[in-house]
Unconditional design. Structure first.
Lengths: 243, 309
């Protein structure tokens, strides 16, 4: 397993796209926090809401995870990967570990950047960031875990839908559109249990008109999605003919 | 020595029977050509052998074991199944480093194999800028990383220039000389006829022939001339076996086209046509894989090691 983890890390280090994704993630959070601060105008900036933008980067964490398996199918490198390691469940396991940890690492840096940008906007308005606030830390830690969970979910979805284009279109449209439409159909009580809602719940923000689980429950639900999808992805990968 | 054995292997894709009860053996010390037209089921059979495709029935073994049961399989079997298989953004060297790491092959093998396939100069460039021939060489380098006992190559000559094909031939011949096993597929017999010792012919997923290359072709030379009778007499004198096909056509065995041509020139006999054994090989290959061979039937009497499942 250590060999496979080293292999996955080497694969990531020898291509450029992870860094492009990372830079985009940082850019998005700077834009998100600043956009919120500017839109507030004369009204005070709510640090928790500003930091909540870190959770938006779960979109990038999902794409990061999707690349793990689906990009190997696109490049046909999955053939060599499974020839060298016929124990396919180990390959999926190593990818889950490496990409989830990378999602976590990217999210921690993103959260640090968000804190710095938020602090800068607050001081520009003559206020300061209260780092002792439990609510602020809930949002930061929650957002980081949201990203981490979505990276893991992405790996599994990419293994279940090994067509990279299809996987990314499906993943992004779920985040941008489909979950909202499903929520309208099943009602807000059930919609709390959907993946994006569970991620939002982790941040512990009170959003008017929005019914969410508690942060703890949201975290458990997201973890459950990751575990169930991981199991499905492993079974599907073991059964798949690589032609 | 690890040989490759197919035992009544079948693979069904939905309504399509891609491979139907395929049995043959590729032995150590021999280069076995796995031939058949595109869509004959060669790739499916090779992917079943290597654990990428799950057979519907039967099995294929390397050295008596299923591929998935081999510990560190890349050090026993090297394979090229898909020459386009590389991330275009990775350099050639990094592509091999990734495989070497996963296969637990010493990192020093990367530069050794790059050198062996003649890619040392391009090793630092991204694979996206490689030509088809360079990608083939890179795939071969990947297959050679683990210094394997068995090489399995699916259409390795595609995209190689004549120089590359000659280089590949030397590589495979050298491999077999070391007593190792080579199984190489192609849809063009002439591409591998100078490389292989044994031939396995597949058509519509069914085995048509398995035996030595010599047994496939009848080694005959076809001659067209206005003076067939005189030429026939001369050829018999030289110990050739001669059969008259028509008023102006002869078939000779036991002599090469070159010998016939030289003899005719010496005796000033005009030839209007001369085709050698290679052409008869090709004709036999086409006959076995062509429309008339679409109903299953046993291969010719000269064939060996056939077990129809």
């Amino acid at each position: 397993m250590r060999t496979l983890i080293r292999t996955e890390v080497l694969k990531l280090r020898t291509v450029r796209w992870p860094w492009v994704l990372f830079m985009a993630q940082i850019g998005l959070v700077i834009l998100g926090v600043s956009g919120y601060a500017i839109a507030r105008g004369d009204q005070p900036i709510d640090a928790q809401v500003a930091l909540g933008h870190v959770g938006l980067t779960s979109l990038f964490a999902l794409v990061l995870g999707l690349m793990a398996v689906a990009a190997e199918f696109r490049d046909h490198t999955i053939t060599d990967t499974f020839l060298v390691t016929p124990r396919r469940e180990r390959v999926i396991g190593a990818k889950l570990v490496v990409y989830t940890l990378l999602g976590l690492a990217f999210a921690i840096v993103t959260a640090a950047v968000a804190l710095a940008v938020t602090a800068a906007w607050l001081s520009a308005r003559g206020a300061s960031l209260d780092m002792g606030s439990a609510a602020v830390w809930n949002t930061i830690v929650g957002a980081v875990l949201w990203d981490t969970g979505f990276a893991a979910i992405g790996v599994s979805v990419g293994a279940l839908v090994p067509n990279l284009t299809l996987a990314i279109v499906a993943g992004l449209s779920w985040i941008a559109l489909v979950e909202g439409l499903v929520a309208q159909v099943i009602g807000s009580g059930l919609a709390r249990w959907l993946p994006m809602a569970a991620g939002q719940a982790l941040e512990g923000l009170s959003i008017p008109g929005r019914e969410l689980l508690s942060p703890w429950a949201g975290g458990l639900v997201l973890a459950a999605y990751a575990v169930v999808l991981g199991a499905l992805a492993t079974v599907a990968t073991l059964r798949r003919d690589v032609t | 020595m690890a040989s490759v054995v197919f035992e009544a292997l079948s693979k069904q894709f939905g309504p399509v029977r891609a491979v139907d009860r395929l049995s043959f053996e590729a032995q150590g010390g021999r280069v076995t050509g796995f031939l058949g037209p595109n869509g004959a089921g060669k790739t499916t059979a090779l992917r079943s052998l290597l654990g990428l495709v799950r057979p519907t029935a039967g099995r294929a073994l390397v050295g008596g074991r299923l591929y998935a049961q081999i510990d560190q399989p890349w050090r026993t079997v090297g394979a090229v199944l898909d020459a386009a298989s590389a991330n275009p953004g990775r350099t050639g060297r990094d592509h091999l480093r990734v495989i070497a790491t996963a296969a637990r092959v010493p990192a020093s093998r990367v530069d050794e194999t790059l050198d062996r396939v003649g890619l040392s100069d391009a090793a630092g460039r991204r694979v996206g800028g490689y030509s088809t021939g360079m990608r083939q060489r890179l795939s071969l380098a990947a297959a050679l990383l683990g210094d394997p006992e068995v090489l399995v190559l699916d259409e390795p000559a595609n995209g190689l220039d004549p120089e590359g094909i000659a280089w590949l031939r030397n590589l495979l011949r050298g491999f077999a000389r070391d007593g190792r096993t080579v199984l190489v597929s192609s849809h063009v017999l002439s591409e591998v006829s100078q490389t292989v010792d044994e031939v396995v012919i597949l058509s519509h997923g069914t085995l048509r022939f398995a035996g030595s290359l010599d047994a496939l072709g009848d080694g005959s030379v076809t001659i067209r001339s206005a003076s067939v009778e005189r030429l026939a007499a001369l050829l018999v004198e030289r110990g050739c076996e001669v059969r008259t096909l028509s008023r102006d056509m002869l078939e000779a065995r036991g002599c090469t086209a070159e010998e016939v041509g030289r003899l005719a020139a010496e005796r000033q006999i005009a030839l209007s046509g001369l085709s050698d054994a290679a052409a008869s090989l090709e004709a036999e290959f086409l006959r076995l894989t062509g429309a008339e061979a679409s109903s299953p039937r046993p291969a010719g009497a000269a064939s060996r090691r056939i077990t129809m499942g």
